[in-house]
Design a protein around this ligand. Structure first.
Ligand SMILES: [Zn+2]
Length: 583
């Protein structure tokens, strides 16, 4: 009888498990000794507990540079107990150990998406889907269909439409959707979140007329006569969002549960929720208490709320393994797709426009002031910045903050870091700023970005390789629901840079491609570092949380073009199987 199974599992064992090497060496030498006397029972384990879960016959890619590859993993409670060869890990098996024989499959650390809009994403799974509408007729048809099923008084929201998929690539207008929607208010967003189109009922609800001035940091798109077309850019969208009824408690719970299930099915074991509302965080807290969070969450409310965190003394990465807060999300500018990203030079195709600073930057000193205070209160900064000047201004502020508050491990982040000025790569590195990027955007925007900003600026767009060359840390994610949550699409995008239109099979600015190992590291260790959790997760290392995935194909060996089709077979969070493709 394997002795390991007889030994109970004291909680103190966790601390001793953190010393991977010595644990393994001890086991190994004991086994070697035992083998001499007892050739039949290799599972005899005279010391320590049996594992709760063992993964065997795998190719484990650990993302731990000290031990990059292994065959098997043992899990005790919610932590990784040992990583090694099949023979070494066999020693951890007891009568109650759950064993997953992967039959040679690849095992990776769980994916950590460094930038999601988790509740919007969950709601979006139930909203009207417009992203794959490839004509304006199809856009209208789907809204009409939804309008028929929408109860009186409810809004039609979501959408994620993308006019670049239509010919001609015209923005939708209220006139296109009014005839099929009547009194049902509609506000459907462009997939990048920086523009939406409203019908007349929705504009009326928000009181937007030809006389309404553009708000700071936003624009009401108007026709030749000055009447609103229905399209609203950036801060102008808020005038409408204010009128949309908030999700009820139950609706929000439903959205989070949809999002959790979706994340589990894709191998996403941690997410960093940018712009989380307090209502979102309250739902996470409820689910956490009931043990129903199957994805670990770091939630960052808007920077305009930093005082609340500061008042109760919440500092960066405060919380437990499932739910943490202590970061804030700020906005420097808009997006390239909506022509509101803020550049030093005008857009190549609209010579009088170089983008918009966000309402938080009106004036820029307001942002600087907020950042100084938030950092003094110990809060981490995650700032959306896309245009080269938008990014540059935020780097200026980060430099000021560092100077005024002295040296510390602050892990400043720039979200998207999309269009870099050549001079700013070094500053990123010097200030220790993390580039939190979403590779899928590169193969999506890559279809048309060069037309908007020209060849030179496009060469520093989603510049993954240049960032690594400058020793800047990358954290990868998706910006879901702006892009799909599936990490395989992100890895595929970073490794191939093959644009979605099929026009760049060898990569759009191929010099910026990453290897599979580099992309994977950004999506696991990089993201963990970006949320101060690199000691807790991000690699398959003894002592860390037992979050990993078993995938259908070996992404290191297949043609990179096939990475996008790879499926997650099982997702394990804290040692528990939260997704099994067979169930
Ligand atoms: Zn975002």
């Amino acid at each position: 009888m394997p002795l390991g199974g007889l030994i109970s599992r004291p909680s103190e064992i966790f601390s001793s498990l953190r010393t991977h090497k010595s644990t393994l060496m001890t086991n190994k030498s004991i086994l070697a000794t035992l083998a001499i006397f007892c050739l039949t029972t290799v599972s005899v384990f005279p010391q320590g507990p049996a594992a709760d879960l063992v993964i065997t016959h795998a190719r484990v890619w650990t993302v731990d540079s000290a031990h990059p590859e292994a065959q098997a993993v043992a899990v005790l409670g919610d932590r990784i107990a040992a990583v090694g060869t099949d023979a070494e890990i066999t020693a951890w098996r007891g009568p109650n150990t759950k064993v997953i024989d992967t039959k040679g499959k690849l095992v990776l650390p769980g994916f950590n998406d460094s930038h999601v809009h988790f509740v919007t994403g969950g709601s979006q799974l139930d909203n009207v889907q417009l992203n794959d509408a490839t004509s304006i007729q199809e856009f209208i048809r789907r809204i009409a269909e939804r309008a028929k099923k929408t109860p009186k008084g409810s809004w039609i929201l979501g959408g994620d439409w993308d006019e670049t998929k239509w010919t001609p690539a015209e923005l939708p207008t209220k006139e296109m959707i009014d005839p099929v929607t009547g009194d049902t208010p509609v506000f459907v967003g462009r997939y990048d979140g920086h523009m939406g189109v409203a019908n007349t009922a929705a504009l009326r609800a928000a009181g937007i007329t030809a006389q309404t001035p553009d708000p700071p940091g936003g624009a009401i798109v108007r026709d030749a006569k000055g009447n609103p077309t229905g399209a609203l850019k950036d801060a102008a969208q808020d005038m409408l969002f204010k009128r949309v009824p908030a999700l009820s408690h139950d609706e929000r719970v439903h959205a989070v549960k949809r999002a959790l299930a979706h994340a589990a099915s894709l191998g996403v074991t941690s997410v960093q929720h940018m712009m989380a509302t307090y209502d979102d965080i309250a739902i996470y807290g409820e689910l956490r208490e009931r043990g129903e969070l199957t994805t670990r969450i770091y939630a960052a409310p808007l920077i305009t709320e930093y005082e609340d965190l500061g008042r109760v003394g919440i500092r960066r990465a405060f919380g437990d393994a499932y739910l943490r807060i202590g970061a804030v999300k700020a906005f420097a500018d808009g997006s390239l797709g909506s022509r509101t990203a803020y550049f030093f030079e005008p857009f190549s195709d609209t010579p009088n426009n170089r983008g918009l600073l966000s309402d938080e930057m009106q004036p820029p000193s307001a942002m600087r002031d907020r950042m100084l205070k938030a950092v003094a209160a110990g809060i981490q900064l995650c700032t959306h910045a896309i245009g080269d000047q938008g990014i540059s201004m935020i780097l200026d502020f980060y430099a000021d903050v560092a100077k005024e508050n002295g040296a510390a491990d602050r892990r400043f982040r720039i979200e998207h870091a999309q269009h870099m000025a050549a001079k700013d790569f070094d500053r990123f590195a010097q200030l220790g700023v993390i580039a939190s990027m979403q590779p899928y955007h590169a193969i999506d925007d890559g279809r048309w970005a060069e037309g908007r900003i020209g060849h030179d600026r496009a060469s520093r767009t989603y510049a993954f390789r240049t960032f690594l060359d400058h020793h800047v840390r990358l954290a990868f994610g998706t910006d879901w629901d702006v892009a799909p949550l599936n990490p395989m699409l992100g890895l595929y995008a970073a490794v191939t840079r093959a644009t979605l239109d099929g026009k760049n099979p060898n990569g759009w600015f191929p010099m910026q491609r990453l290897t599979v190992a580099e992309a994977l590291e950004a999506y696991t260790m990089g993201s963990a570092y970006a949320e101060f959790q690199d000691k807790e997760k991000g690699s398959i290392t003894p002592g860390k949380l037992a979050d990993f995935v078993i995938v259908s194909e070996d992404i290191f060996k297949i043609d990179p073009i096939k990475i996008r089709d790879v499926k997650v077979l099982e997702t394990i969070v804290g040692g528990k199987v939260v997704w099994d493709v067979k169930q």
